[in-house]
Design a protein around this ligand. Structure first.
Ligand code: WT7
Length: 559
């Protein structure tokens, strides 16, 4: 696993910050004097993240400021902070009337729309734990997540709600439909549950290489992490129009789509639907977006459209950021040349609860690197024994514990939680990386079989389990296959049961089986039928690594 990093960085590649736009700060001095304790949230005796996110601004006199723009095809709606608060009050009233209390799990399965954000905040304001679910999930994916932490109440809409089978989620006592929740917000319930910083707030399910998705539980203490990185990394100021393209079912969509910008009182953009280049440029022009947080796959798709951007006025854009998967240097150089803007890569994970490795707006960017540790964060590249490796050597990317956003636990799975801390004093990410002499960290891949397609984290086990539920499939091994746009695509190798023969119809049927039960983004783009799958001699486990190696060999032979 350990190898020497290849290639040297040439100074001419480095992109310097635009001094005209950014206030230069001193990274070195901030790095050494920074303390998480030095902020208004850290030392609060009692806290509530939802209150800090919305209600506080109204109380401080900013109720009339625009909190959000919602764009749904031709429809454009805006809400002020006061109006968002009224909607939250309304949901609070309904949740309390349905006996939701502190610590209960409430799942929110809605499209990217204002109600989705409001329902999350209402759940959190009464001290319950919000479980936002990505709108692309199908029945099995939703059932598994709800069952793992015994969700009590589900908020959905009539369309997405059809995917759920009530029999499969016995812990759910009540299902609320968005359509039944009146838009006529009269007086709601201003109730706030005051909590300890370590009380649970948000649960995000995420995938690893083994087992079903795990429930990563975040605590209210995370707000200081959200707020500070929102200020320093997203560079939010009072006048900003901020757009994060992720759905709140993913941690980027909740932490940096909702909490970080609203804690810093930015106006956010909520856009319905997924990616379309023309629509995206149009939104920036129409709303005057100033800060834009998206993912490499989206930037690569925009780059593939060439000078399409020239048809739009993008002059409002000041700061662009990326997360979720490796950001190619070519894309950074393209954006710098064409848009005259640097794309600032950021690295973190569902488990870390907030940014850990970043490109601060005031600092030089080395394209190909994810940036440097955020102040207060120390990174280590570790060998198999947990020893810190010298700079320039590839090893396990780890972070010195602890920081405010770090997960509180993995729901009902203490041993999985402990695996992240197997080297005392370190959180181990599962990524491989090296760090150069200036502290910049370069991503080198995963240390396990986790798949990353378009920045979405996909567990091979979940896909394999779905595949073998199809009557024709005997065994399945699922890997990420390199792809120029999506980073990786999901590829399945399967063996068929003896009474089935390969045909295009059968393959398509198997693909649809996963699409309809799990999610479109997790369904294998490629399915290859093989006579047998490579397995370990002793335990008979399928060797995904060997499947991956085969695929790599084929790609390098054909290029
Ligand atoms: C995994 C975490 C919370 C951020 C969104 C994804 C990969 C994340 C980068 C980056 C290369 C990245 C890592 C990480 N990843 N950011 N800037 N460059 N890879 O969160 O779904 O929990 O996935 O995404 O492999 O471990 P996630």
């Amino acid at each position: 696993m350990i190898e020497k990093a290849k290639g040297e960085f040439t100074v001419s590649n480095i992109l310097q910050p635009n001094e005209g736009v950014y206030q230069l700060d001193d990274y070195q001095s901030r790095y050494h004097t920074f303390r998480w304790e030095d902020n208004e949230w850290f030392n609060k005796k009692k806290i509530n993240a939802a209150y800090e996110t919305i209600d506080r601004h109204v109380e401080e006199g900013h109720g009339e400021k625009t909190a959000l723009h919602y764009i749904n095809q031709q429809q454009h709606q805006t809400l002020t902070f006061k109006e968002v608060q009224d909607h939250v009050d309304h949901y609070v009233q309904i949740l309390r009337a349905n006996h939701v209390k502190k610590g209960d799990r409430v799942f929110i399965f809605l499209p990217k729309n204002p109600d989705c954000y409001v329902a999350i905040l209402a759940t959190i304001r009464i001290g319950a734990i919000a479980g936002p679910l990505f709108e692309g999930f199908m029945g099995d994916a939703v059932h598994d997540r709800i069952n793992d932490c015994q969700g009590k109440l589900l908020i959905t809409d009539k369309e997405l709600g059809q995917r759920i089978d009530r029999q499969q989620v016995p812990s759910i006592e009540t299902v609320l439909y968005q359509e039944d929740i009146s838009d006529q917000v009269t007086q709601g319930d201003r109730y706030v549950e005051w909590l300890d910083a370590d009380d649970g707030m948000l649960i995000h399910y995420t995938s690893g290489s083994t087992g079903k998705p795990k429930g990563v539980l975040h605590a209210h203490r995370a707000v200081s992490h959200h707020a500070l990185t929102g200020k320093w990394v997203l560079d939010i100021h009072d006048h900003d129009i901020y757009w994060c393209t992720s759905h709140p079912g993913w941690v980027t969509g909740s932490v940096y789509g909702l909490f970080a910008p609203w804690l810093n009182r930015a106006t956010i953009v909520i856009q319905a639907g997924r990616f379309k280049a023309e629509d995206w440029y149009q939104i920036i022009e129409q709303l005057g977006v100033t800060i834009w947080y998206s993912a490499p796959t989206a930037f690569r798709l925009l780059m593939s459209k060439g000078d399409l951007y020239a048809n739009y006025n993008l002059a409002s854009l000041r700061h662009v950021l990326s997360v979720g998967e490796p950001l190619n240097p070519e894309v950074i150089h393209w954006a710098f040349r064409e848009w005259h803007l640097r794309i600032h890569d950021t690295w973190w994970m569902t488990e870390t609860g907030g940014h850990l490795i970043v490109n601060l707006p005031s600092q030089p960017i080395k394209p190909g690197s994810m940036g440097r540790p955020f102040p207060g964060i120390e990174v280590g590249i570790l060998d198999e024994a947990g020893q810190v490796l010298p700079r320039g050597t590839v090893g396990q990317l780890a972070v010195k514990t602890s920081w405010p956003g770090l997960m509180k636990t993995i729901w009902n799975n203490e041993s999985k939680y402990q695996e992240y801390f197997r080297y005392p004093g370190w959180y181990v990410s599962g990524d491989l990386a090296y760090q150069d002499d200036d502290g910049y960290v370069f991503f080198q891949g995963r240390n396990d079989d986790m798949i990353n397609s378009s920045g979405e984290r996909i567990g091979p086990f979940e896909v394999e389990s779905s595949l073998i539920e199809h009557p024709a499939v005997a065994e399945a091994g699922v890997i990420g296959k390199p792809d120029p746009i999506r980073g990786e695509i999901v590829k399945a190798f399967i063996t068929l049961r003896s009474d089935y023969v390969v045909s295009n119809t059968l393959i398509e049927e198997i693909r649809q089986h996963v699409r309809k039960r799990l999610a479109a983004h997790a369904a294998p783009k490629e399915i290859e039928v093989v006579d047998q799958l490579p397995k370990t001699k002793i335990s008979g486990k399928i060797l995904r690594r060997e499947l991956k190696q085969r695929e790599h060999d084929r790609i390098s032979m054909s290029s």
